[in-house]
Design a binder for this molecule. Structure first.
Ligand code: CU
Length: 158
């Protein structure tokens, strides 16, 4: 007895559905495994702010221990209305900030986000920034990697 054509079609449909689910997962696995071992977020921090301040800078070091350059393309967070990469510099004796659309981390090198240089600017804060708390941010890289990181808020020593 052969199964009916309907049964064969149903069976093929199920097989195809399984494949559609499996293929993206299988294709993504090597990318994620390769990326995660190659980029590290180090010494991330936010300085505590007085209440009602709506803008804060996030500092960290991004270390690329891999063989290929990685580019930070986007920063997302639920803690603020926007998260952008900024570069501070002195121009005519004044500290100015410009918006940077992406930041390349060369292979085997570190890029520091630090006061007076690169930083992540959170604007329109939706949570208070008190020492002991943390802010979750997600860094999106050009190869599709997304790194989530809980940035600790430290006491302002000034
Ligand atoms: Cu800024």
């Amino acid at each position: 007895m052969f199964p009916s054509p309907e049964k064969i079609l149903k069976f093929l449909e199920v097989i195809m559905k399984l494949f559609k689910r499996l293929i993206p997962a299988v294709l993504l696995l090597p990318v994620i495994a390769w990326s995660q071992t190659n980029i590290q977020i180090q010494n991330a921090y936010i300085r505590e702010l007085p209440p009602n301040v709506e803008t804060v800078a996030v500092y960290m070091t991004l270390n690329n221990s891999g063989q290929h350059a990685l580019t930070l393309t986007e920063i997302r967070t639920d803690a603020a209305a926007s998260a952008m990469l900024h570069l501070s510099s002195m121009q005519n004796g004044m500290m100015v900030m410009e918006h940077i659309t992406n930041l390349e981390i060369p292979p085997g090198e570190s890029v520091s986000l630090e006061p007076g240089s690169f930083h992540i600017m959170l604007e329109g804060l939706r949570q208070s920034v008190r020492a002991g708390d943390s802010v979750e941010i997600r860094l999106h890289f050009s190869n599709g990697l997304v790194l989530a990181h809980d940035v600790p808020i430290i006491r302002n020593s000034n």
